[in-house]
Design a protein around this ligand. Structure first.
Ligand SMILES: [Zn+2]
Length: 207
């Protein structure tokens, strides 16, 4: 069973985050997306997928991403949105430029973020992954506050879902090569992985 109260069995981690209760972050906005479904029975969450998104492309701070995930986006309000008309997508979490986190799908449910995808021979990564969207583009750096929020969130998720490890974090482009490019060349993987070293050390010591 998943331990969703943030505890480890053997020893306490170096950093203790506020727990994830009922597969929800209890200290962030929760705006439920209808674009979700059940995970297959018995599937462990063991992959974290990092994305970027901005709507309209390159514009930050709009409500359009949340509206897209909730099927309430007015697709006639911008020429780019026409191609989104039939799209039914979501992610578990969006991290805005200012680091604010909004959750759209409980973590035990399947969010529709990765589409056709494959990780180490396993297809349909939505079934076993958690999807995090960073508000951003392939063409510019992410905000420091996003790295801080992403790092802390990843730490919390690894404490709650033990199948998630530092080695099992990928970009959308890694699992859908040729089709997807996000989180893009400006996402600093080295910085992100380095920021997780405290958590992985505590995870190691708990084994
Ligand atoms: Zn993506």
């Amino acid at each position: 069973m998943l331990d969703c109260e943030g505890r480890r069995n053997v020893s306490q981690p170096l950093i203790v985050f506020s727990p994830i209760v009922n597969h929800r972050l209890n200290d962030s906005a929760f705006v439920e997306s209808p674009n979700q479904s059940a995970r297959p029975d018995g599937v462990e969450i063991d992959l974290l997928v990092i994305h970027n998104i901005s709507l309209p492309p390159g514009k930050f701070g709009t409500s359009c991403i949340a509206e897209l995930f909730c099927n309430t986006l007015d697709c006639s309000s911008h020429p780019y949105f026409e191609q989104l008309r039939e799209l039914k997508v979501s992610a578990h979490v969006l991290i805005a430029r200012n680091g604010m986190i909004t959750q759209f799908v409980p973590f035990d449910r399947k969010a529709w973020h990765a589409g056709q995808s494959c990780f180490q021979g396993r297809k349909n990564c939505n079934e076993f992954s958690i999807g995090i969207e960073l508000e951003g583009t392939d063409f510019e750096a992410f905000d420091d506050r996003q790295y801080e929020a992403l790092s802390a969130l990843t730490g919390r998720l690894m404490q709650a879902y033990h199948g998630l490890t530092v080695e099992r974090i990928v970009g959308h482009s890694d699992i859908a090569p040729g089709r997807k490019t996000d989180p893009g060349p400006y996402f600093n993987w080295e910085r992100f992985r380095e920021s997780l070293s405290d958590y992985s050390e505590s995870a190691d010591s708990a084994k």
